[in-house]
Design a protein around this ligand. Structure first.
Ligand SMILES: C[S@@+](CC[C@H](N)C(=O)[O-])C[C@H]1O[C@@H](n2cnc3c(N)ncnc32)[C@H](O)[C@@H]1O
Length: 229
């Protein structure tokens, strides 16, 4: 089914489309080839005002949802490099899978630090070994050391680790590798479905790797929890 608008609008429109072919596509989707690490803390306190950066298409209660695009779920259209809020406004800032898409992650971290209240929390999640994906651009990848360096002196690290592990990386890359051989979208969709169903049970191997020190060598996404000093 053809959809108008920018590529970003098309991605989000397809996710919500009620056209039978899109509904069938969603029904046949295999489970994700990744397992999230249950040890990643999620329960740092929400405050009166909390900011979610890059939540287009998500209904997020308790957050002000800021994104570059006026898509469903977005409360404020803006750029994370120049947050349109006063300093010290938010008790918590979520920045999940966004820093790889911004031109200047150092500037975004400065802005997150600025808008946080003293002792407010920031939760940063970024890919390390992950395929190219444009939202609307894709500039870089991060290690935990790189993220900590970005955080600078204004933020102290209170928790760190891997959200998704080495098996997620391998399975996602196998799926992507096979698809780059296929010239037509219809083929890619069919192979993605078939291979996705075949491969997803291997994701449970990451339950072993999450406990290993070597998880970060080819981990998929890493996280930091930071507190403003
Ligand atoms: C990969 S999506 C992450 C979505 C969500 N956090 C998740 O994990 O499902 C990245 C989002 O960040 C937004 N984004 C990219 N650059 C941005 C910027 N400079 N300022 C604000 N949002 C941005 C994109 O529009 C997109 O909605």
């Amino acid at each position: 089914m053809s959809m108008g608008g920018t590529p970003m609008q098309q991605v989000y429109a397809r996710r919500r489309s009620q056209h039978w072919i899109d509904r069938l596509y969603r029904l046949l989707q295999p489970p994700l080839p990744l397992l999230e690490n249950r040890r990643e803390p999620r329960d740092f306190p929400l405050g009166r005002w909390n900011l979610y950066i890059g939540g287009a298409g998500c209904a997020l209660s308790g957050y002000v949802n800021l994104d570059l695009f006026a898509l469903p779920g977005v409360d404020v259209v803006g750029d994370a490099e120049q947050l349109p809020f006063r300093s010290g406004t938010f008790e918590r800032v979520e920045c999940d899978a966004v820093l790889e898409h911004v031109r200047c992650p150092e500037q975004v971290m400065r802005e997150i630090t600025r808008v946080l209240t003293r002792e407010g929390y920031a939760h940063i999640v970024t890919p390390f070994c992950h395929p190219f994906h444009e939202y609307p651009r894709d500039y870089r990848r991060f290690t935990l050391d790189g993220l900590k360096q970005l955080a600078g002196d204004g933020l102290e690290v209170v928790a760190e680790g891997w959200r998704t592990g080495p098996t997620a990386t391998v399975l996602i890359f196998i799926l992507e590798y096979v698809k780059i051989w296929l010239p037509w979208r219809a083929w890619r969709v069919i192979v993605h479905m078939a291979l996705g169903w075949l491969l997803f049970p291997f994701r449970y191997l990451d339950l072993i790797f999450f406990r290993a020190r070597s998880v970060g060598r080819i981990g998929n996404h890493c996280y930091l929890w930071l507190r403003k000093r």
